[in-house]
Design a binder for this molecule. Structure first.
Ligand code: BGC
Length: 826
């Protein structure tokens, strides 16, 4: 196996590399800490700092940390089907990065929504490769225009989370090229991202971090990409195979599988030193691009605060623009100002504004829908909490606890060494800390004490999250001593879905809760692949999130529903907010059903029966089942709307701004009814049996019953007539034109979508272009949709290259394939 050579020969960078000895070069190729790299004064290389992405720049700390702006999640942003939006988001994230002196933002996530069970879909744009690729390119252009590096992730075929470190995505070369690599190719070709992240999983039996074919032959070779390929965190398993397989940088550090092992591999001749040099050249090129090599960039002295009025305005507007109206019988929406509203649901009072995992940030505030709509409509809104929506305890809302020393919202965390000496004690504005990850203390942390006073008394469900041996004391009295071990075999799972324990207690307001956890280090165990790896050591080290949970003891569902029904009867309109939480929409685990958790369906059903009119607001990023859909007048999907969420939802409900988004993924009608469903690998192999028939393409081909809603669906507040569709520029990748008339009473935005239905039986239908237009009521506009030539190609498995472009068939203009408006023969 040979490694590709860097053909972008930059002699200055090569010169710099030649001044470094082997050990120094190899040292540069593993992170210095969780999120920073080593610098090297002799060549004027500053240490670079990386931060997650993708919808908020978290900073260097995994939990807590500074307040940063929380953006609407990726699917909601994508819902606008707007490259301008994506570009603006890229620019805003770059500003957030500059304020924190971060050089590279670890986003966008451009894996596809293959099966709706994927836990991490909320972070990724769509099931469609064109939409994903074009939005990613615009985001990268926006971000890099401010000299902040973007990082496309995760290369490649990382569409689900189950056993993500060990499983192999089994994908045909054709599906890779036409579908899963395509968003990366589009972003590389159109926007030249400065870095890419190699995924955890294997692809066809070879780890993504060692994928000579994908990394060297396709991305660095065929596409001529000259950026830096870093590993996902702890994903690198080997030295020589990864170094030869195109990986440039191992993250995080300072430990890792390269270091001395890679030096030895070079010395033994297993890896040519030129391969190491090429990795360093790419690292230096990135450094140069972001201003960390030679003359270092000056960071702005003034920047937009995460809660500045201009930021609030942007986040609110961007959130509303992606929201999708799926149903609006009798034009119940937008709500008239004087409508008496019963606003019902746990998600109304605790709106879920972000997903879980590494995309999580610590925002300055999060506006609930109750606050947003209540603020806009005043006394005409009555708010009622809904049924319980969580199946597991969650980290306490910082407003429910106080640091016993400072009285601030949040808790006090103390870190003790083996002698019981307190090495550090600090305030945390969130109710969790991450040990072995964020704590850069002189000696290893052996114990952590989390202390907080309860704001409210009464029956409380108290508890802890995280591995280790715990002792929980309330006002000096021990209430529990659980010994909690990691549940999954994935370090991400033990980190991001930590084991939990709770107890119901009667506590007084001001009660002092002290939870002490002794870190338990276990013998590293081989993973499901039978191998001991970095991951085994990470899990065994006991590192991870440790947190406090505090919540009211849940009310009986039947009582909650009875109260909701009473309130709904008294109102003109019941607005029920339902949804998922970060239990379902998170990194590191997948879903097992699309059903709403808890008794939410029963709540909607009962309210819909009692209310004059019912509007359901769906607070989730990804599809849910809606067995009550025909019984309610309106359905508005609001995604995970970010810190301005409640205001943005109020704007949408009241028509202050049109929720003109379109679905970015098809919504199945039932569990299992999708072209791809299972996320549990067979052995360790997950076959991509749907091949190139991802999402709507597979539904259209009859691989599954029709979805409840198709990709591209969404009514906004307009209604549209299409006329005079014709090809204006025939040939390969033709352009199509159509006249659209807004037949509604208000100005509205239409997304004209063009799908190519090839003549060949073995070619799926596919989105080939779209154009959005805003039209005044009663007016028409002629809209041109240019189609993207990359969607007219077909991969020829036999010759291993792109075949002739497809030509015959039809172009279809549709508002999602469930609402086809015109067909033009090619
Ligand atoms: C995720 C990456 C993320 C990294 C650093 C990993 O668990 O898969 O997307 O950038 O952590 O937080």
């Amino acid at each position: 196996m040979t490694a590709s050579t860097d053909t972008h020969g930059d002699s200055r960078l090569t010169d710099l590399v030649s001044r470094l000895d082997l050990e120094t070069k190899v040292r540069l190729l593993t992170g210095a800490t969780s999120f920073t790299l080593h610098g090297k004064d002799s060549i004027a290389l500053a240490p670079m700092a990386f931060s997650d992405g993708p919808t908020g720049v978290r900073g260097l700390k995994f939990t807590g940390g500074d307040h940063v702006a929380l953006f609407p999640n990726a699917t909601l942003l994508a819902g606008a089907w707007s490259e301008d939006t994506a570009r603006e988001v890229g620019e805003m994230l770059a500003e957030e990065a500059e304020r924190q002196q971060i050089h590279v933002v670890l986003g966008p996530t451009i894996n596809l929504h293959r099966t709706p069970l994927g836990g991490r879909l909320f972070e990724a744009y769509s099931e469609d490769p064109l939409l994903t690729g074009r939005l990613a390119a615009a985001y990268v252009r926006g971000m890099q225009s401010r000299r902040i590096g973007a990082c496309l992730k995760h290369l490649v075929a990382n569409e689900s989370e189950t056993l993500r470190n060990y499983m192999s995505s089994v994908v045909s070369e054709r599906a890779l090229r036409e579908v899963y690599l395509l968003p990366f190719e589009i972003a590389v070709e159109d926007a030249q991202p400065w870095s890419i992240m190699a995924a955890y999983n294997d692809v066809n039996g070879v780890p993504a971090t060692e994928q000579h074919h994908v990394n060297n032959e396709v991305v660095k070779g065929d596409w001529g990409w000259d950026g830096l390929l870093m590993s996902d965190w702890f994903a690198t398993k080997t030295s020589a195979p990864a170094a030869l397989g195109g990986l440039d940088l191992v993250m995080p550090g300072p430990e890792g599988p390269w270091g001395a092992a890679l030096v030895a591999d070079v010395e033994s001749g297993a890896v040519a030193e030129a391969v190491v040099d090429e990795h360093v050249v790419r690292l230096l090129r990135l450094a140069e691009r972001v201003g960390a090599l030679g003359e270092h960039r000056a960071w702005p002295s003034e920047s937009t605060a995460p809660d500045a009025p201009s930021r609030r305005e942007q986040l609110r507007r961007l959130a509303t623009d992606g929201m999708v109206v799926l149903r609006n019988e009798g034009a119940v929406l937008p709500l008239a100002a004087e409508t008496r509203v019963a606003l019902i649901g746990r998600h109304a009072v605790e709106t879920i504004c972000m997903g879980g995992g590494s995309a999580t940030v610590n925002p300055p505030y999060q506006v609930s829908i109750a606050e947003g709509l209540g603020g806009a409509m005043g006394e005409s809104v009555v708010v009622l909490d809904g049924v319980e929506v969580r199946l597991r305890p969650v980290v306490a809302d910082p407003d429910t606890i106080r640091d016993p020393e400072t009285g601030e919202p949040g808790l006090r965390a103390s870190y003790l060494d083996a002698d019981g000496t307190v090495m550090a004690a600090e305030h945390s504005s969130v109710a969790s800390v991450a040990t072995g990850w964020d704590d850069t203390l002189p000696r290893p942390t052996e114990q952590v004490v989390l202390a907080a006073r309860l704001v409210e008394g009464g029956p409380v469900r108290l508890g802890v999250l995280g591995t280790g041996r715990w002792s929980i004391v309330v006002d000096g009295k021990k209430v529990g001593a659980p010994d909690l071990a990691a549940e999954g075999q994935d370090p991400g799972e033990s980190m991001l879905k930590p084991p939990a324990w709770t107890v119901d207690v009667d506590a007084e307001a001001g009660s002092l809760v002290e939870a002490t956890v002794s870190i338990v280090r276990r013998e590293p165990q081989p993973g499901p692949d039978g191998k001991l790896s970095t991951l085994s050591h990470v899990i065994a080290s006991g590192m991870g999130v440790k947190g406090l949970t505090v919540a009211p003891v849940p009310a009986v569902a039947a009582d909650v529903i009875a109260n909701a029904v009473r309130a709904a009867k008294d109102a003109d309109v019941a607005v029920v907010v339902v949804g998922l939480t970060e239990e379902q929409e998170t990194e590191a685990t997948d879903k097992s059903t699309l059903a709403l958790p808890g008794e939410q369906d029963a709540l909607v059903g009962a309210v819909a029966e009692a209310a004059n009119r019912t509007v359901v607001v769906v607070n989730s990023a990804t599809p849910v089942l809606m067995p009550w859909a025909q019984d309610v007048e309106a359905i508005l999907v609001v995604g995970l709307p970010g810190q301005e969420g409640g205001h943005a939802v109020a704007d949408a409900l009241l028509g202050v701004r049109e929720p003109a988004g379109r679905l970015v993924t098809s919504w199945p009608a039932a569990d299992g009814a999708a072209p791809a469903w299972d996320v549990v690998p067979d052995g360790l192999a997950l076959e991509y049996t749907d091949d190139t028939y991802v999402g709507y393409r597979g539904f259209h081909a009859g691989l599954s019953d029709a979805p409840a809603h198709w990709l591209g669906a969404g009514d906004g507040y307009g209604s549209w007539e299409y006329a005079d569709a014709r090809l204006v520029q025939p040939g390969s990748a033709p352009t199509i034109e159509v006249r659209v008339t807004n037949t509604s009473a208000g100005a509205s935005r239409e997304v004209v979508q063009a799908y190519f239905h090839p003549a060949e039986d073995n070619q799926p239908v596919r989105l080939v272009g779209w154009t959005a237009v805003e039209v005044e009521p009663g007016q028409s506009a002629t809209v041109e949709v240019a189609t993207d030539s990359r969607l007219w190609r077909s991969w020829d498995e036999q010759s291993g290259r792109w075949g002739e472009s497809l030509t015959g068939g039809q172009l279809v203009l549709a508002r999602g394939l469930g609402d086809i408006r015109a067909r033009v023969d090619l």
